[in-house]
Design a protein around this ligand. Structure first.
Ligand SMILES: Nc1nc2c(ncn2[C@@H]2O[C@H](COP(=O)(O)OP(=O)(O)OP(=O)(O)O)[C@@H](O)[C@H]2O)c(=O)[nH]1
Ligand SMILES: [Mg+2]
Ligand SMILES: [Zn+2]
Length: 349
């Protein structure tokens, strides 16, 4: 096992070598639960803790992060986080203004959506915006094709709605097209799976890992009750090449993308709007409105336009919520976590 197989990129390795001596080691965060961390190194997986300095700077490692470790007697101390090649966030509910990292250093993000009742184009579009913002490449997996009689229409709807994003239509339980997911991986590639609870994320991860490492929901009935089978994010090495991060299902995704990014994701609408007769056109019933013209002539999907407006509103709202107060609350919480960590260590060692 070498660092490249664990997913490090050359620029990150160069950064580490320039900044740190041989006394330090690199590891990748493979598990996070409150103040508990695990790091995967070239010699195995270890428990680790973070320094006060990181806590103080609100630099809390996320799953997928490359971290610098200092080997102390009995435990690994995380002293730094390497710059990330990508970071997938969502707006945190608890600490309103703070972004919560779903996973970092991702090459691709698979959005898994069920072709059954889970199917929702607006939600899918939001995921794709957030993934684009993360700097990773989105891939859509439409799963459970065996659970519906007819799915061509749904696939077509997705193709029309998300442009330039690969779409894979699968049945994981019937093993249909699963190799299309497998084939995307190469040495050092990291991907994560996101989507609602019960869509089959852990089932896909198990196939990629090559054994039943992850617990999956055995009764489909319980999915609808909102029970989450996966409760923690975990990073795993694949049977062949690559790394997968499994995540618990999300009911919704609160956007943290900025306006510019949203305009990029809806470039077609922006282009239309630039040609409206009036500069300050609200695209409602103004004469010479190219957006409304496109909707009427069927060039622009009205649902896509509605979702664009919704997304813009939400982002504006989230931005207005951002306050220093929430940031300092988060800092306080981590200080307490670190304190209890120290106490625990005193007892233990
Ligand atoms: N019919 C059908 N069922 C599937 C398919 N893929 C997964 N399932 C079933 O869906 C249920 C949920 O699968 P999981 O892999 O646990 O779903 P998950 O997305 O990891 O769910 P959370 O961990 O709660 O987020 C299980 O009973 C799977 O067997 C599929 O292609 N077709
Ligand atoms: Mg799961
Ligand atoms: Zn207009």
């Amino acid at each position: 096992m070498n660092l490249y197989q664990l997913g490090i990129k050359q620029a990150q390795l160069n950064y580490f070598k320039e900044k740190y001596s041989n006394d330090f080691q690199l590891g990748r965060i493979s598990f996070v639960a409150k103040n508990h961390f695990k790091v995967l190194t070239i010699s195995g997986e270890f428990k680790a803790e973070i320094t006060q300095k990181l806590v103080h700077n609100d630099a809390i490692p996320a799953i997928g992060d490359w971290v610098v470790i200092n080997n102390l007697d009995d435990f690994k101390l995380i002293i730094d986080i390497l710059p990330r090649i990508s970071e997938l966030k969502r707006q945190s509910k608890k600490h309103e203004s703070l972004n919560q990292y779903i996973a970092t250093n991702l090459d691709e993000v698979f959005v898994v959506m069920g072709l059954d009742d889970d199917f929702n184009l607006n939600r899918l579009e939001r995921y794709i915006i957030q993934i684009t913002e993360s700097r990773a490449n989105p891939v859509v997996i439409l799963n459970k094709l065996d659970a519906v009689d007819y799915y061509d229409d749904k696939v077509k709807l997705v193709e029309d709605r998300v442009v330039d994003v690969p779409i894979i239509v699968t049945s994981v339980t019937k093993n249909i097209n699963v190799e299309q997911i497998k084939n995307r991986f190469y040495e050092g590639m990291t991907a994560t799976l996101v989507g609602s609870s019960g869509v089959g994320k852990s089932s896909i991860a198990n196939i990629l890992i090559g054994n039943d490492a992850l617990k999956i929901n055995s009764t489909r009935e319980s999915d609808s009750k909102g029970r989450h089978t996966t409760t923690h994010r975990g990073l795993y090495l694949l049977e062949d090449n690559g790394i997968i991060i499994d995540t618990p299902g999300m009911r919704s995704l609160s956007l943290s993308a900025d306006k510019e990014n949203i305009d990029n994701s809806f470039g077609d609408i922006k282009k239309l709007a630039q040609n409206c007769k009036f500069k300050d056109c609200a695209h409602k019933d103004e004469p010479g409105c190219k957006v409304q013209e496109a909707i009427l002539s069927g060039v622009l999907d009205v649902n896509r336009y509605d979702n664009y407006l919704k997304v813009l509103k939400e982002v504006a709202f989230n931005e207005s919520k951002t306050s220093k107060k929430a940031a300092s609350e988060k800092k306080k919480e981590w200080k307490n976590v670190a304190k209890s960590n120290r106490k625990r260590n005193k007892v233990k060692y």
